[in-house]
Design a protein around this ligand. Structure first.
Ligand SMILES: [Zn+2]
Length: 425
C-alpha cells in the first residue's frame, strides 16, 4: 500500500456517517424554494457552516440589476429580489490545479402535498434513506462535497491544488448563482481547472448535458360559424400539420446521436407542453398557441437547433397554401440552455471514475444527460466539468423525494479519494 492509500484511508475514516445525515437533514429543513427568502437562508447556512469549519469563506450579495441585464445572462423564471454567493477555499500546497465542488441550494416547490407521505421540509430518515424535498436534488450531493472537503481539511493531508466549495442558488430556473459565481471567480483572478457538480446521477459519471430551448408557436386560421366550417380555416388543424412536421423533425434529429447519448430512447426530445386554441365550441378557431421544449444536440449550437425547427415549419408552406400565406410564427422565450460537454477521455472523467472504482469496486457508467444544468455554464467558461452524485434524477422534483444514505457516503468517499489523488487513473 503506498502512502497515498494510507492518507486516503485515514481521511475516509474521518467521515462520521451520523454527522453527514444530520447535515443533510438540517439543510433539507430549510425550504429554499427558488425565489423565496429561504433561498438566501440556505446560502447563509453554508456560509456559516464552512466558516465554522475553518475554511476561507467569501460571501457576497448578488447584484441582480447588473447580472440579469447582461447579454449572456442565462435566464430567470421566478421573481427574485436577493441572492447570496458563497465560495469557500481550502488551500492546497500550490503544486496542482484548483478543483471546484459546486452544488445548488435552491429546490423546486413540493407540488401536491397530498402526494407526500411526510412534510416535504421535515426530513425523515428511514430504511437507509433520507426523504424530503431537495434530498436528491441536490442537498445530499452538496453535503457530500462539503464533508469530503472537510475530511481532507481536518486530516491535514496535503493536496496539490486548492479545493473550492461553492453553494449557488437559482439553478432550477436558469443558473443565476453559477453565472454570478463565474463572474466572481473572474473578478478575483481565481483559476479553476476542473469542476465536479454532485447532482443526482446515481453515482454514474455525467460529463455532458444536452441543451433545451423553450419555444412558442402561433398558428392562425379564419373564424366562422362551425356550421359553415368549410368557409373558415381552423387554426387547430393548421397546428396539427405542425405537430406532424415536428414529430418528423424529432425523429430526424435523433437518428444518429453522440455515443454519450445513445442510452436514451430519445436523446433530444421535442415536446409540446401546452396548447391553447379557440374560445367557443361552435366557432372555427382562428388562433392556436402552443409552447414546448426543443432538445439541443451535444454537437450543436442553440442557433442551429432554432434554425432546424424554423425550417421544418417553413417547409409546410410548400404543401399548404394557407400556411404559405399565414406561416406559423415561432417565438423563443424562457429558458435557453446550450448543451455542454467534457471529453469523456479527459483526466477529470477518468480520475473520478478510478476513484469511484477504488471505493466501490465497480466501474461507473459514463454518459450524457438529456437535460440542461449548470454544467453548461462552467464548460462554457472553459472549465472541464462533470456531474457525479448520489440519488436518482427520476425522483428529483417528485413527491417523497429521497436519497440513499449509503450513496451519499459513497459519493463523499469517492470525492475524498479524488481530492487526495486527483491524477488517479
Ligand atoms: Zn439539481
Amino acid at each position: 500500500m503506498d502512502s497515498r492509500r494510507t492518507h486516503s484511508s485515514d481521511v475516509l475514516d474521518g467521515v462520521d456517517p451520523r454527522q453527514v445525515v444530520d447535515a443533510v437533514e438540517r439543510v433539507v429543513a430549510i425550504a429554499s424554494i427558488g425565489g423565496t427568502p429561504a433561498e438566501v437562508t440556505a446560502q447563509e447556512f453554508f456560509a456559516q457552516a464552512w466558516t465554522d469549519d475553518g475554511f476561507d469563506v467569501d460571501t457576497w450579495h448578488l447584484d441582480l440589476p447588473d447580472l440579469t441585464t447582461r447579454a449572456d445572462f442565462p435566464g430567470m423564471e421566478v421573481d427574485r429580489c436577493a441572492g447570496v454567493g458563497v465560495l469557500a477555499r481550502i488551500p492546497g500546497t500550490g503544486s496542482g490545479p484548483a478543483t471546484l465542488l459546486l452544488g445548488h441550494t435552491d429546490v423546486v416547490p413540493p407540488g401536491d402535498l397530498s402526494a407526500w407521505h411526510t412534510d416535504p421540509f421535515t426530513p425523515v430518515v428511514a430504511d437507509g434513506q433520507i426523504i424530503g424535498r431537495g434530498t436528491t436534488d441536490m442537498k445530499a450531493g452538496l453535503v457530500a462535497a462539503w464533508f469530503a472537503a472537510r475530511a481532507v481539511h481536518t486530516a491535514g493531508v496535503p493536496v496539490p491544488g486548492d479545493i473550492y466549495l461553492a453553494a449557488v442558488s437559482g439553478e432550477e430556473d436558469g443558473g443565476l448563482g453559477t453565472f454570478a459565481l463565474l463572474d466572481r471567480l473572474a473578478a478575483r483572478g481565481i483559476d479553476i481547472a476542473r469542476c465536479i457538480i454532485p447532482e443526482p446521477t446515481d453515482l454514474d459519471i455525467v460529463p455532458a448535458n444536452g441543451g433545451a430551448l423553450t419555444f412558442r408557436l402561433i398558428a392562425r386560421g379564419a373564424a366562422t360559424h362551425a356550421s359553415r366550417r368549410r368557409e373558415g380555416v381552423s387554426a387547430i388543424e393548421k397546428f396539427a400539420l405542425a405537430l406532424t412536421a415536428l414529430a418528423e423533425l424529432e425523429a430526424a434529429r435523433n437518428g444518429a446521436v453522440d455515443p454519450l447519448m445513445q442510452r436514451w430512447d430519445v436523446a433530444y426530445p421535442l415536446s409540446i407542453g401546452t396548447v391553447q386554441a379557440g374560445d367557443w365550441a361552435s366557432t372555427v378557431p382562428d388562433l392556436c398557441i402552443a409552447e414546448g421544449r426543443l432538445g439541443v444536440a451535444l454537437d450543436e449550437t442553440p442557433d442551429q437547433a432554432r434554425a432546424a425547427l424554423e425550417q421544418a415549419l417553413a417547409a409546410l408552406s410548400h404543401t399548404d397554401p394557407w400556411l404559405a400565406e399565414h406561416p406559423i410564427e415561432v417565438q423563443w422565450w424562457g429558458g435557453q440552455f446550450a448543451p455542454g460537454r467534457t471529453d469523456p477521455a479527459h483526466p477529470l472523467v477518468t480520475s473520478v471514475a478510478a476513484a469511484h472504482e477504488q471505493i466501490t469496486g465497480r466501474v461507473p457508467a459514463i454518459y450524457g444527460a438529456p437535460y440542461g444544468s449548470d454544467l453548461r455554464l462552467l464548460v462554457g467558461a472553459g472549465i472541464p466539468t462533470l456531474q457525479y452524485g448520489p440519488g436518482d434524477s427520476a425522483v428529483a422534483h417528485a413527491p417523497n423525494e429521497w436519497v440513499s444514505i449509503d450513496d451519499v457516503l459513497t459519493c463523499t468517499r469517492t470525492l475524498i479519494t479524488f481530492l487526495i489523488s486527483p491524477d488517479l487513473t
